[in-house]
Structure formats: C-alpha cells, structure tokens
Design a protein around this ligand. Structure first.
Ligand code: FE2
Ligand code: FE2
Length: 172
C-alpha cells in the first residue's frame, strides 16, 4: 500500500473562517481517500480521528462561545453544532473499534461517518461560518483564528483522537 497521506498543516494565524474551511476540505479529502480500498485505511483513520477531535474541540472552546457573545449565532445554533460534533464522534467510534478496516462492517461504518460528517460541514458552513463572515469584524476573526489554531495545534501535538479519548468525550 502506497497511500500518500494528505498533509495536515499547522497554521498558527489567519481568518478563523478560512482556517476552518481549510480543515473542512481536508476532511473531505480524508473521507475520499478512506473510500479507496487500495489505501492504508488505518493511517488515514488515525489522521481523520485526530483532526476531527482537534478541530471540533477547538471550535467548541474558542469559536462558538465567541460567536455567541458577538450575537453572530444564537444559542440554538451553538448547541446544534455541539450536538453534531457528538454525532460525529458516535459515528467515528465503530470505525476506531474496527480491527478489519476492509470488511463490510467497516465499509458501512465509513459510509455512516461520511454522511454524518458531510452533513455537519454543510450546516456549519451555511449557518455558522456565513454569519461569522458578515457579522464579525476582520480583526476579531483574525484574533479568533489564532485562538482556534493554537488550541487545535496543541491537541494535535498531544496526539488526540484515540479510541479511549473519543469514548471519554462521548461519556462526558
Ligand atoms: Fe468545522
Ligand atoms: Fe464543527
């Protein structure tokens, strides 16, 4: 297997909307590469799981609360985003537990994760990132971008996204 793993970049500054969108495109790439059964699915699963946890936890701690304070999104939108993160972790779990990533069960788990994750990217881009663009000043989006990226990179450096961690995020 000669998968070329997508590069997970570590930007430290930027507009929070652009930075989040870059990861969303990386999620789509990782899902596409995971569908190909010629690829090293274990390595791709590791990348996807780590990036999902780092990206989503940093959104919850540094982006959603600040967009709420600035009235760009309401409480319902913030809570709905967090609920969808939880649904993504639930869909990720069977894939993390799978010992054979090339059987029918794994294929089904991959499909479920793909549906759940793509649904969230669509909703977040329409209902959260659009108002962040229109209702938050450039300087605030830059400040938020730095805060989000710092947290995301810290989590990646800590080796986030293990089966144990996703289980504990779901239990919490
Ligand atoms: Fe996101
Ligand atoms: Fe999200």
């Amino acid at each position: 297997m000669t998968t070329e793993l997508p590069e997970i970049t570590r930007p430290t500054t930027g507009d929070v909307v652009d930075l989040i969108l870059e990861d969303h495109r990386a999620f789509e790439t990782l899902l596409r590469e995971l569908r190909n059964d010629q690829n090293d699915r274990a390595a791709l699963r590791g990348q996807l799981s780590a990036l999902l946890v780092a990206h989503g936890e940093a959104e919850e701690s540094h982006v959603y609360p600040e967009l709420r304070r600035k009235d760009a999104i309401d409480e319902h939108e913030a809570e709905h985003g967090e609920e969808e993160h939880r649904e993504i972790y639930e869909a990720l779990l069977p894939l993390l537990e799978a010992t054979d990533l090339y059987d029918e069960d794994a294929s089904h788990a991959l499909h479920e994760l793909s549906e759940t994750l793509l649904h969230h990217l669509d909703e977040e881009e329409r209902d959260i990132l659009n108002p962040a663009r229109s209702d938050v000043a450039d300087a605030d989006r830059a400040r938020l971008g730095e805060a989000w990226a710092t947290r995301r990179n810290e989590l990646l450096d800590d080796g986030c996204g293990s089966l144990e961690q996703v289980r504990s995020l779901l239990a919490g």
